[in-house]
Design a binder for this molecule. Structure first.
Ligand SMILES: Cc1ncc(COP(=O)(O)O)c(C=O)c1O
Length: 445
């Protein structure tokens, strides 16, 4: 066979195998990945024409379609407006933009729009070593793409959190245009309310990056950034928010200050950083918002509970779990230090050989250049929770992980038990099984 056709065949086969392997045969503990319900998946499949379309143009200050430059938008504008409305209602805010194709894109548009608004290039961010996302950092999007200058929040490693008093001094001294909160290694709510008054003093906008915790916020179990004083929330829509891969920015149109900011963020979305907005994901995003409205509280509560149970159990079994003095976590994830057992890389690879999928992670006190073998593992519980894991399943899963980490059994032996545990959980809970079921439910309302 010609090499080109061989490659095409390999591509198709790998895609089929991937679906079976990661969706059916592994237990997924990657904290940044979500699990879609059958209804959300079905909605994606039903939106294939939309997946080919364009809707370039401007939106109004409620986040609704205002102007579009192509014909054929009759239903597309309704789809975008209703998705925006569902997201706005879920997060009790007056403005949203769902045209962002990822959390990175949401940060790009928010940071760009706000730096245009404030005419400041300074942004106070959590240190990368303490869990900020690369998009916040001078070495990534913020610095290298947008030319922003980072000033770091003071971070307390003992507390695994931003130190509010010391950060207040940093903010007063540096007078940034933007202050960010939120992150990728994110165990405890950040001190937004504690620093709101200081942000006001220096007239900085607060951007809360909820990429990881958006679903927990929807469920009411993590801090509510708007109540605490955030001006904007940026997020992915596919982590604890179990929708299609995409991004969102949320805000409240309160007064001239926010109007100016929202207009600049919209400008940063279109025309500055979008042409195609990947419309095919919007109906599925709306369905995920509907599911969170109905089942989000129960899902978020159980997710955090499962993370805490795992933290406690691993700690009791000799693993150094960060944040142990504070109950390990208040989010969907925990961080463990496995230096005593060969480090993050070896353990992540051995667990993968047992079909338990997670990622090695730099911890705040690690040499930050040692990305290849950091001390830590980051473990997320949103996927297994949606599959119906309760306390006993989590402890059983932890036992399997301990067998691998402590080299009690070979990963290939543990894998058999992982497959068995995975197969006990074939239904995705806290959501609809089909669009038909969702429609039936809605018609009764
Ligand atoms: C805190 C945070 N912000 C932004 C992003 C980027 O989101 P996306 O992967 O959707 O571009 C991530 C990704 O994991 C993240 O953890």
């Amino acid at each position: 066979m010609d090499e080109f056709f061989e490659m095409a065949l390999e591509l198709i086969e790998a895609s089929e195998k991937h679906e079976q392997y990661r969706d059916k045969e592994c237990i997924n503990l990657i904290a940044s990945e979500g699990l879609k319900s059958p209804a959300v998946r079905e909605m994606l499949r039903l939106s294939m024409d939309l997946e080919s379309r364009y809707a370039e143009g401007e939106n109004d200050l409620e986040g609704h379609v205002e102007k579009r430059y192509y014909q054929g938008q009759k239903y597309m504008s309704i789809i975008e407006d209703r998705t925006t409305d569902l997201v706005k209602k879920l997060f009790k805010c007056s403005w949203a933009d769902v045209r962002l194709v990822s959390g990175t894109h949401a940060n790009l548009a928010a940071f760009k729009g706000l730096s245009l608004t404030t005419k400041s290039q300074k942004m106070v961010v959590t240190p990368l070593s303490a869990g900020a996302h690369i998009t916040h950092d001078y070495s990534g999007l913020a610095g290298r793409v947008l030319g922003l200058v980072n000033i770091e929040h003071a971070y307390d490693i003992e507390e695994m959190n931003i130190d509010p008093e010391k950060s207040a001094a940093v903010i007063r001294a540096s007078k940034p245009g933007i202050i960010t909160f939120g992150g990728s290694l994110f165990l405890f709510p950040h001190p937004v309310k504690e620093l709101k008054a200081v942000a006001d003093e220096v007239d900085a906008y607060i951007v809360y990056d909820a990429a990881h915790v958006l679903g927990l916020i929807a469920g009411g179990v993590f801090q509510d950034p708007f109540k605490e004083g955030a001006d904007f929330i940026t997020a992915s829509t596919h982590k604890t928010f179990p929708g299609p891969q995409g991004g969102v920015i949320l805000g409240n149109l309160k007064g001239a200050r926010m109007e100016k900011a929202i207009k600049n963020v919209q400008y940063a979305i279109f025309p500055l950083s979008t042409s195609n907005t990947h419309l095919g994901r919007l109906p599925a995003l709306g369905i995920a918002a509907l599911e969170l409205r109905l089942f989000g509280e129960a899902l978020a509560k159980q997710t955090v509970k499962n993370a805490q149970i795992a933290g406690q159990y691993l700690y009791e079994n000799g693993i150094l779990v960060l944040g142990h003095k504070k109950g390990f976590t208040q989010s969907h994830q925990i961080a463990v230090d496995v230096r005593a057992y060969g480090g993050g890389r070896k353990n992540a690879e051995n667990l993968e050989a047992a079909n338990i999928i997670l990622n090695r992670n730099l911890l705040p006190y690690d040499n930050q250049n040692n990305r290849e073998n950091p001390s830590g593992l980051r473990i997320g519980f949103q996927d297994v929770t949606r599959r119906g894991f309760g306390e006993n399943d989590i402890k059983h899963l932890c036992d399997l992980m301990l067998d691998v980490i402590k080299s009690k059994r070979k990963p290939s032996e543990v894998k058999e038990d992982v497959l068995a545990l995975r197969n006990e959980h074939n239904e995705v809970k806290y959501g609809f099984r089909s669009i038909k079921e969702a429609i039936k439910y809605l018609r009764k309302m």
